[in-house]
Design a protein around this ligand. Structure first.
Ligand code: NAD
Length: 250
């Protein structure tokens, strides 16, 4: 069990990659704090995971709010007395559009959800980890904004690239506290975010050297590695789990 007695916060746990991570981390022995917007989805996931013996608490809220980041950490400390790690994973693409057509409000929403949320999360998670002698933070970034520029995704790319910069600085600032910080860069993954348009999904598959998209559970495995002690010398990295998307040209 790679996360035995580890208390881990997961945001974006109501679907896709976060939901798969919740199931996997539970199997690996973690105590979980699950966050996302939708209370009903969190409740049914917590019921399922809890019935298998995992200690799990949920808190629905909005990662764009600083108070929500604090509340998730407070819940972890209240229920389990310590915080070992966080998978800061909630995100949105927003409405896609070329930059001249993009409304400022959409830009702000995408940056707030994907990037500013990471700042708020770290602001409260780091002190909680300092007080117990270390921990691991993982931020879900993307191949978009790192090795690939997809038209229409300017705000998303800027936010996900910004998360890598934030990760690097956090890793440098808190390495001496035994706190590791890494960005995880999934390739195209079969989640509600990717939608269900067959032609679109086929075109996304073709972007990858493996000629398929990831299953959410495959990305959860990469997050597990970064949160567990198996990655004890990995910090400040932008770790691709992208099926060769970044090196594939056909
Ligand atoms: P998803 O839509 O299935 O899940 C997104 C989760 O984020 C949901 O639980 C949702 O409730 C939560 N969320 C969104 N906005 C929120 C807010 N304001 N407050 C609280 N929670 C909020 O999508 P997914 O594919 O599982 O996405 C997870 C992460 O992976 C995202 O950061 C996404 O950008 C990233 N990612 C996805 C892909 C992909 O192809 N699916 C590729 C690369 C990176």
């Amino acid at each position: 069990m790679q996360l035995a007695n580890h208390t881990i916060i997961i945001t974006g746990a109501s679907s896709g990659i976060g939901e798969a991570a919740a199931r996997l981390f539970a199997e690996e022995g973690a105590n979980l704090i699950l966050g996302a917007r939708r209370q009903a989805q969190l409740e049914s996931l917590a019921e399922e995971i809890g019935s298998n013996g995992t200690s799990v608490s949920i808190l629905a809220g909005d990662v764009r709010e600083e108070s929500y980041a604090k509340a998730l950490v407070d819940l972890a400390l209240e229920h389990f007395g310590h915080l070992n790690g966080a998978f800061n994973n909630a995100g949105i693409t927003g409405v896609l559009g070329a930059i001249p057509d993009m409304q400022g409000d959409m830009w702000d929403q995408v940056i707030a959800t994907n990037l500013t949320s990471g700042f708020y999360a770290a602001k409260y998670q780091i002190p909680a980890m300092q007080s117990r002698g270390g921990g691991s933070l993982v931020f879900t970034s993307s191949f978009v904004g790192h090795t690939v520029g997809l038209p229409g995704m300017g705000a998303y790319a800027a936010a996900k690239a910004g998360l890598i910069g934030l990760t690097q600085v956090l890793a440098a600032e808190h390495g001496a506290d035994n706190i590791r910080c890494n960005a995880l860069l999934p390739g195209g993954t079969r989640t509600p975010m990717a939608g269900d348009d067959a032609d679109f999904l086929k075109s996304v598959e073709e972007l990858h050297a493996l000629k398929r998209m990831a299953e959410p559970a495959e990305i959860a495995q990469a997050a597990l590695f970064l949160l567990s002690d198996r990655s004890s010398f990995v910090t400040g990295s932008a770790m691709l789990a992208d099926g060769g998307n970044s090196i594939s040209k056909s």
